[in-house]
Design a protein around this ligand. Sequence first.
Ligand SMILES: Cc1cc2nc3c(=O)[nH]c(=O)nc-3n(C[C@H](O)[C@H](O)[C@H](O)COP(=O)(O)O)c2cc1C
Length: 197
Amino acid sequence: MIHETVVTTVTPDGTPHIAPMGVRHEGDTFVLMPFLPSATYDNVVLTGCAVVNFTTDVRVFAGCVTGRRAWPTVPVHKVPCVRLDDTLAHAELRLVSINGDPQRPALVMQCIALCTDAPFTGFNRAQAAVIEGAVLVSRLAMLPHEKIESEIAYLSIAIGKTAGPREQQAWQWLMEAVNVFYARSAAAARVSTEEAL
Ligand SMILES: Cc1cc2nc3c(=O)[nH]c(=O)nc-3n(C[C@H](O)[C@H](O)[C@H](O)COP(=O)(O)O)c2cc1C
């Protein structure tokens, strides 16, 4: 099973880095699989630690994939790292080994502390839709336009019916990114047509 989480790491000089990441975990073992090049990978290798944040604040997922990475963090206690200030729970991890796939290595990490920071208040369809939308936005250059459009149309139903202010904000950021991407693609296509004439 893969959980969609937010991974926080720090550079050797202590600067926080925040990235949404799918994480597998069983017992005390967590596995992170960053595609290289990756700041998360570099930070884990250089500092030997990371924190996995279990959060329902989907603005962080949508924000990170649209260039908004400055979310408040606070230090954790068992490893020299930070967690999101606003998270339901977090796991403090220490690096055990790296299974070195050249494109997507697996960082095998041991959980040193698993902490609850706030109560879980139930499932929300708009939050799930924002996560799916954030994955689509991170793959705009790889997926056909029609697929993006049809998936957005379906996900918009859950947003319209069940979103609160955070989910609406997150969805707006995602839709802006989609519009900018296709406007730029259309402009680039016009330029190359004009050059060919
Ligand atoms: C829900 C979700 C899950 C993601 N899971 C992964 C993942 O498992 N591995 C990965 O490399 N990127 C994943 N991404 C994309 C990263 O968040 C993004 O590429 C990020 O910048 C990672 O690179 P970095 O370590 O250099 O920050 C995911 C994005 C979203 C929205």
